[in-house]
Design a protein around this ligand. Structure first.
Ligand code: ZN
Length: 185
């Protein structure tokens, strides 16, 4: 059952604890202007995972500077940008979907409640936008040999050590800077 991690409550609890650490790092760093950051968390309603698994009250950490009002959204292993599905679903479902035949893709989509066209869009994102990010330019050198672009994100998961859960967490940590926001207003 390759999708089991995505329906495992303890897995999301682990991700939540990592996000708390990432948020605390960002808060402790303060604002660029030198002032303190105040918590400005906001609710998220993740799709594709049951509420009893992911939690009924899911909140994304965010901060607001008490002086210049700049907002700072820290790195996250739970969310990948503004996507409504958790980052773990975006990574693992795309990896599993690649190379699967139509019937399996349909089955996977049903299990995760991710429409096939969404999976196709995510895959396009990995193959085009993700590989064009400064983050990827910087991180791909960590791996020898580098992950095969055409097989992302599965080829990335393959480069990490540990069980399926540990590999997924490592991949989510790698892409976590893509979810940061630091902007005025
Ligand atoms: Zn500030």
């Amino acid at each position: 059952m390759c999708h089991a991690i995505l329906q495992d409550k303890s897995f999301y609890e682990l991700l939540s604890r990592i996000d708390d650490e990432l948020a605390e790092e960002a808060r402790a760093g303060g604002c660029r202007c030198g002032a303190r950051l105040h918590s400005a968390r906001y609710p998220r309603k993740p799709r594709g995972v049951r509420r009893e698994v992911i939690g009924a009250d899911v909140r994304r950490a965010s901060f607001c500077c008490e002086a210049c009002r700049q907002r700072r959204t820290p790195k996250s292993v739970r969310f990948l940008g503004r996507r409504v599905y958790p980052g773990a679903v975006v990574v693992l479902a795309t990896a599993l979907a690649h190379g699967f035949n139509g019937r399996r893709l349909e089955c996977l989509g049903e299990l995760l409640a991710v429409p096939a066209r969404t999976l196709t869009r995510w895959r396009q994102w990995w193959l085009t936008e993700f590989v064009a990010t400064p983050l990827w330019s910087q991180e791909q050198g960590r791996f020898m040999p580098p992950p095969v672009i055409d097989e992302l994100p599965g080829s990335l998961l393959d480069r990490f050590d540990g069980d399926a859960s540990a590999r997924l967490v490592s991949a989510l940590r790698l892409v976590s800077p893509l979810s940061t926001v630091s902007e005025g207003g």
